[in-house]
Design a protein around this ligand. Sequence first.
Ligand SMILES: [Zn+2]
Length: 199
Amino acid sequence: MKKCWGHTHLFVGIAAAAVIAQPKNVGACAVVVLGGSLGAIICDIEVKSNKYFKDVYYSRITFGAMAILALLFDFLMGGVVCSYILTNNWLYTLIGAVTFVTVCLFGYFSIHRTFTHSILYVFLLGAAVGLLCKPLALSFLVGAVMHLVLDIVNKKPILLLYPVSKGVCLKWFTADGVADKVFLALGIVGSIIALYYST
Ligand SMILES: [Zn+2]
């Protein structure tokens, strides 16, 4: 089975978001988990092909479970995400939501590792998330940037400078290789340590 490093992206995204956003309390950890994992997973929104699907499918389930738990936690603990969205300027919410959905739809129907793996895509979605829920934006951007970084070290090129059609990749690792497991382990351990020691 070909792999897309689904869970690796998720946990490396969360670990990097925790290191950079430095959540100071348990509530802020929910922001990091939600933002970092959303940014990490959304760059593979276009993956539909059967040869990649299982890997990405399972990581989407993991993301969904983590996102629901983080949102629930945020809501019950009176965290910043739900309260920000509920009290946000409706115009910002509207523009953010329309931009987010439009960019995601465009990404969904694009070719694998093209628009969704570009600086343009990350910038547009980061701006949309910032309008929707500013506290999530930093973690989201870190999660998405780390996705691109991990894919660049892989064998298959990504169109980082889309619409420029020249692909970028360092060819250090193959997607099916041992590097996936190593980065996954680093991501999980890094997430736990970063979240534990920053609070
Ligand atoms: Zn990718």
